[in-house]
Design a protein around this ligand. Sequence first.
Ligand SMILES: Cc1cc2nc3c(=O)[nH]c(=O)nc-3n(C[C@H](O)[C@H](O)[C@H](O)COP(=O)(O)OP(=O)(O)OC[C@H]3O[C@@H](n4cnc5c(N)ncnc54)[C@H](O)[C@@H]3O)c2cc1C
Length: 390
Amino acid sequence: MKPPPPIPAENGSVTPRTAAATTAASTAFPPRRRVSIAACVAIRSTLRGGTTGADRGRRAGSSTDVSRRPHSGDERHQDGENGKKWTVAASAHETPLSPAPLSQLAAALVEACRRTEWLNPHMLLAPVEYARPSSLAEAVRLLGAYDGARPLAGGQTLTNVMKARAAAPDVLVDLNGLAELRTISRAADGGLQLGTMATLSELIRSSDVAEARPIIAEVSSQIADIQVRNRGTIGGNICSNDPTNHLPPLMAALGATMTIRGADGERTVAADDFFLGVYMTAVEPGELLTTIAIPAAGEARDGFASVTIGEDGTCIVNAAATVQNGQARIALGCVAAVPTLLTSAPDEAAVRGAVQAAELDPPSDVHASADYRRHLAEVVAVRAVAEASA
Ligand SMILES: Cc1cc2nc3c(=O)[nH]c(=O)nc-3n(C[C@H](O)[C@H](O)[C@H](O)COP(=O)(O)OP(=O)(O)OC[C@H]3O[C@@H](n4cnc5c(N)ncnc54)[C@H](O)[C@@H]3O)c2cc1C
């Protein structure tokens, strides 16, 4: 059993946790688990609680409850106090004949029950530690220092899967204090440098995005509802790599390059190699996606099309396309664990032929059969290329 982490006191440190909680947290998200696309749609549908915008709003609102966890230094200290109380409670429990007053023992027992998940199945989250680093270096150090540490971006996916007990990270490393990850700027060649903590709403409002690659704002504005867009980040969207997400196929079609930072320094990964499976990307445990570079458009034009469950709902199938020099680069989403990349001439027959030649093997679920998804893949690919060619 792994010993509990030390108790560092500086800013950005984590508080001690119990050995039991550490063990439970070894099933952290995303621990290289394979999940079906149908399951992703089901999870997203559950989070949405239906297909109406109003319902989605309420659900998204409730999902942010967890963000009320302590943020300030004082409140972090409070967590540390709780950690110590657990230790006291455990030893009091092991020493029933201690001379401590009965009221003190009773209080210790109640506290032990409160902190122990199996005695309190109504707790919203499994025990988890929290750190809010103030520098990128500190964030990377924390992610490398704790096996079950996970970055927390907008929390729109992560806190929901934690609430559903589908994930139990050991330590949440909150990236929201890192201003350097929130930048949106133009590169020297006219492309875009997007910090991973840029929210979907910030992408929608950005004049740099509007000038360089407006498709990013167009697609971001189709995602969920305003609560989700205000909190959800581009980094979280692509790092979760839910196959029903809008941005992974868009990043693939645009030929984005991801910069990943870890203890050994930085490396860059092309979008083609970034998405590895459902909830799996090239970002390894202990690493952080810091920047997404989008190449300058030049003569290229972009398009996106999707068929969703209800208005602005989860995608059943989507496609992003970039057309340049008489060639279309198309990325299909929701038909496999990772975006499916195709190239084709930009006319309808050629696009349909390219999709058919890809021999897609999409899942069947309550929203669409595999055959229907194959059909929709052709339809949205043609529409995305038509938008890019217009
Ligand atoms: C009700 C609802 C409906 C939604 N519908 C859609 C939809 O239709 N289409 C769509 O595209 N999206 C949808 N989303 C997802 C949303 O758009 C967010 O992008 C997504 O939840 C993740 O972004 P986040 O910033 O909240 O990330 P988090 O939830 O904080 O993190 C998600 C995952 O990414 C990891 N992570 C985050 N940042 C980094 C980083 N910099 N480096 C390494 N790992 C990182 C986290 O550790 C975690 O594993 C929906 C969300 C909700 C709640």
